[in-house]
Design a protein around this ligand. Structure first.
Ligand SMILES: Nc1ncnc2c1ncn2[C@@H]1O[C@H](COP(=O)(O)OP(=O)(O)OP(=O)(O)O)[C@@H](O)[C@H]1O
Length: 309
């Protein structure tokens, strides 16, 4: 079972540049959450702060009840073992084949025998569909395969929390669809707490239990998927619909009068958006028990049993 992450009043600056302030949210144990936000709003900084790679100016990050912002390096090292992180490019060592890349955390952080390591590496490679590619170098495979190899490596220490930094960047839509399915299947199988930073709205609509949005140095909203997808908050609607009209500008925020004029001109036409159906785990993979509760909640809000297929 994954662990809950409870963030309270978190603020981070670099020099005089405030990245975000007073961020509070709870990532529920075992659930999938997505963090959205325009470029440069500090999503990667947020991930790094959760894992203790960056120290916030103020606030707390409680993981399994311990505030990691106050831990000494040795204790932080222990807490970090709860995490698996999938970096944007997979962060593989270019001179090592996939097997050795994936075995690396086990050889570094455990005293397991090579035969035990082999069992675990092959199990994780099987989970991400990479069996047969053990001997390949990262430079010899596609971007999608590199992501999956990075994911297998993030899984070998059986993490309670997995952070994904733009897992879909640089992938074609079909590979993104496969990766999303893999993420949903993995969550159902290992029950860890997932946080995904992405720019891909289609993924954000289908995959998570919860969605958050960072903008103007603040967390505009964080809550259940169906709540954000139905929100009238202009920033949320603009972002989820990928529109130019609204508070988010090309480089900076726009002035209030311009935003008001643009919003007045939007004709959304037709009935309010139907709730995008949730991506279900693949055949043979049991749905986590929480899905029943979520399906009921979504059906109540949207009037149909869209998620209980
Ligand atoms: N170590 C650092 N020192 C100083 N400034 C930093 C550091 N790391 C990040 N920043 C600044 O923090 C801001 C937010 O960066 P971050 O990469 O978290 O944004 P992001 O929302 O992930 O962007 P994108 O969606 O484009 O990946 C940027 O202005 C960046 O320059």
């Amino acid at each position: 079972m994954g662990v809950e992450i409870c963030v309270e009043g978190l603020t981070k600056s670099f020099g005089h540049q405030v990245i975000w302030q007073d961020v509070s949210l709870t990532l529920p144990a075992g659930e999938v959450s997505v963090m959205l936000g325009p470029s440069g709003t500090g999503k990667s900084v947020f991930l790094k702060t959760l894992v203790g790679l960056l120290k916030p100016d103020r606030g707390s990050v409680k993981i399994a009840g311990r505030d990691i912002t106050r831990l000494r390096e040795h204790d932080l090292y222990e807490v970090r073992k709860l995490f698996g992180v999938l970096f944007q490019d997979g962060a593989l060592f270019g001179s090592m084949n996939l097997y050795d890349n994936i075995a690396f955390p086990l050889r570094e952080h455990t005293r397991k025998s090579e035969s035990e390591i082999k069992r675990i590496v092959l199990e994780k490679m099987d989970m991400v569909g990479l069996i047969g590619a053990e001997g390949k170098l990262p430079g010899e495979i596609s971007g999608g395969m590199r992501k999956r190899a990075g994911l297998a490596r993030a899984l070998v220490l059986d993490p309670e929390i997995i952070l994904f930094d733009e897992p879909d960047s640089g992938l074609d839509p079909v590979r993104v669809a496969y990766l999303n399915q893999l993420i949903v299947d993995l969550n159902a199988q290992i029950d860890a707490t997932f946080l995904i930073v992405t720019h891909d709205i289609a993924s954000a609509r289908q995959v998570p239990d919860n969605i958050g949005l960072l903008f103007r140095r603040e967390l505009v909203m964080f809550g259940p998927r169906e709540e954000l997808l139905a929100s009238d908050e202009p920033v949320v609607r603009q972002f989820l619909n990928g529109r130019m009209q609204g508070p988010i500008g090309m480089a900076e925020e726009k002035d209030a009068a311009q935003v008001e004029q643009e919003l007045a001109q939007i004709d959304e036409g037709g009935p309010a958006d139907a709730l995008t159906p949730r991506l279900l785990p693949g055949a043979g993979i049991a749905r986590p028990p929480r899905w029943e509760v979520i399906a009921r909640r979504e059906a109540e809000r949207h009037g149909t049993g869209v998620t209980s297929a």
